[in-house]
Ligand binder design. Structure first.
Ligand SMILES: N[C@@H](CCC(=O)N[C@@H](CSS)C(=O)NCC(=O)O)C(=O)O
Length: 281
């Protein structure tokens, strides 16, 4: 391989990273603000998108531990946070939506199919608008039922949540995961966007920040395969559970009540047994 080819390949991720910070596509308007933020613990990307003219902005997939950091950035850039948007209900971290609502007075958004609570529910074909800009909602289930991707045609970028990751995809072995559904979501929706579309996922575990539709169609080791091969790969991933999944799964109020009743009943029956023992002694 020629030295020049190696050099240009090494430079490729750098070019993408540079575009991340100053995002302006050939067709995109200049007043589009873009920042990519990261959570080290769950390797989650949060995205800040804004309109530099009218100052409206949104955050995609905020993480609760970074809500203050993200809101500070919003303030530093003199922006007005109007929505905290979630691509899906996350199993590996708690969303920052609730905290951001209290800090910024914004509204939370998630898919209607997610089963989660939010101020605004979105469905396939809806638009999320901020200033002059808009994101089109694509329903891309498979990792969870409520997974959505958000496409900004004007900037040629798509936020794929956990449906499509860089050279990977969301696992399908828990929540409402279904490999065949995920395969169709990616192939029939995300992969029908122009090859030049830049893909911004919800996670990366290898330090890469973005990819493109064309790149993933060609190089994704799971999704470039047939449906049958894909299902087989997904059924044999044998991934460990996300580190924070136990903290995320908080018992619902009914479960908490049932645990308390059980505790009281067990304590009472233990006391009664002890009393009965004393009486017999
Ligand atoms: N070992 C990691 C677990 C990472 C993980 O399971 N990530 C999910 C998305 S968050 S539910 C996933 O779908 N991964 C797909 C993959 O191929 O990695 C940790 O400890 O957090």
């Amino acid at each position: 391989m020629k030295i020049k080819t190696v050099f240009s390949r090494l430079l490729q991720p750098l070019t993408i990273a540079t575009r991340n910070m100053t995002h302006t596509s050939s067709t995109g308007s200049k007043n589009f603000l873009f920042r990519q933020l990261f959570d080290n613990t769950s390797c989650t990307y949060t995205y800040l998108l804004g309109d530099a003219d009218n100052k409206e902005c949104i955050l995609i997939d905020p993480v609760v531990e970074h809500a203050k950091r993200d809101f500070q950035l919003v303030k530093d850039l003199n922006l007005n946070l109007i929505y905290a948007v979630n691509t899906h209900m996350h199993a590996d971290h708690i969303t920052g939506s609730g905290y951001l609502k209290s800090l910024a007075g914004c509204k939370s958004i998630i898919s209607r199919n997610s089963g989660a609570q939010a101020d605004i529910f979105v469905d396939e074909g809806d638009f999320i608008r901020f200033g002059d800009h808009k994101l089109k909602v694509f329903s891309t289930p498979g990792h969870t039922n409520g997974c959505c991707s958000f496409y900004c045609q004007e900037q040629e970028i798509v936020f794929t949540g956990d449906a499509l990751l860089i050279r990977g995809c969301g696992r399908t072995d828990f929540q409402e995961g279904d490999a065949a559904t995920l395969y169709h979501s990616v192939n029939d929706k995300i992969f029908t966007l122009p090859d030049s579309t830049i893909v911004y996922p919800a996670h990366d575990y290898h330090g890469i920040m973005a990819t493109s539709v064309g790149e993933e169609k060609r190089l994704n080791p799971r999704l470039s395969k047939s449906l049958k091969e894909f299902v087989d790969i997904m059924n044999n991933l044998n991934l460990s559970y996300p580190k924070q999944i136990a903290q995320k799964v908080i018992p619902k109020p009914n479960t908490m009540l049932a645990i308390m009743i059980l505790f009281v009943k067990r304590t009472f029956s233990a006391i009664i047994q002890e009393v009965a023992k004393w009486k017999n002694e």
